[in-house]
Design a protein around this ligand. Sequence first.
Ligand code: SAH
Ligand code: SF4
Length: 365
Amino acid sequence: MLPIMIESSRTDLLSLEPDALRQTLSAHFASRGQAAYRAEQVARWIYGRLGQSFEGMTDLPVDEREVMSATFRIDEPETDRVSLSVDGTAKHLWRLSDGQLVESVLIPTDRRLTLCISSQAGCAMGCTFCATGWGGFDRQLSPGEIVGQYRASRRWADENDYGPITNIVYMGMGEPLANRPAVNASLTILNQGYGVGARRITVSTVGVVPGILELAERPEQFGLALSLHAPDPGLRRELIPLEKRYPLGEVLDALRRFDGAGGRRITFEYTMIRDVNDAPTLASRLAVIARDVGAFVNLIPFNPIPYKDWTASPPERISRFASILEEAGVPVAVRETRGRDIDAACGQLRAHALVELRPGRGRTS
Ligand code: SAH
Ligand code: SF4
């Protein structure tokens, strides 16, 4: 009788860190009386050629490919939808094996192709300005589901003449530092397996202190972006409920430790919401904090969401804010909003889907 194949009983190779992958494969081939080099052959298919199926690993004997298919899996997310912006930004909505939807965005600029990936389906942090936050939390992504977004996006970018992905940011859906086991593993896999330089990978957090400290302990120089949005704890609390658990002072202490670990880049993300957090006095306070930890400041015009009637700060207000930071010696950039026509910012496509499919799911304001 044929054994019944239960999906979860097969080991997901995309979720294994490179060392564990090689050990697992070595043990597998040893138990089958196969040569030791077979493990490296498979590793090369996975990391070098982005192999998606064991049948396609043509330098392995056919029998071995069949046994591998029954023992392991290489599950990439399936494309549910691709939206292309007039500015070249490409957003993928991915369907995971249990039907969950997450998204990633490819953002081409002059010299770079940045991939923005998701770390959770939804997010539990409930930031009031963020569509993902309003949609609530569904589940954690596995390392393979995070890495799978990179693999599938890289293949898509190649097929569509976007060129190689140069940078990865964990700025899609979810709070990466609230999914540390999977995110830590995915960082190792992207860096050691797929060869993406640590300094080309940035983890964005809303301020999960233990996660920042853990990242500081790692030897690799991954970049960190703190979603700050307010230099003042009172105002920050209105935007980011997590401020109650990890107050700004503690977050800044953690950032000093991160900065002290050497050679790492810290960025502040600051979403500019009209008449909420764009007063010139706040720019001066922000400058003090940014200088303290050597942060680069990214000012992002607020992207309207269905749940709030806030609007983006007008351009002259943003310029004024930026000048105050510059005059205080803080490096600053005003991020143009990319892919607005396709709702490429921050969980919006899925948020719209949630509104359509599950009315009453989000909070009401
Ligand atoms: N949870 C992480 C990473 C995902 S959010 C974090 O919060 O850092 C990615 C970025 O998009 C964050 O800086 C977030 O503050 C920002 N963002 C969320 N909603 C936005 C909106 N409506 N307009 C502009 N930026 C937004
Ligand atoms: Fe979550 Fe980041 Fe959105 Fe806050 S801004 S709700 S942490 S995804």
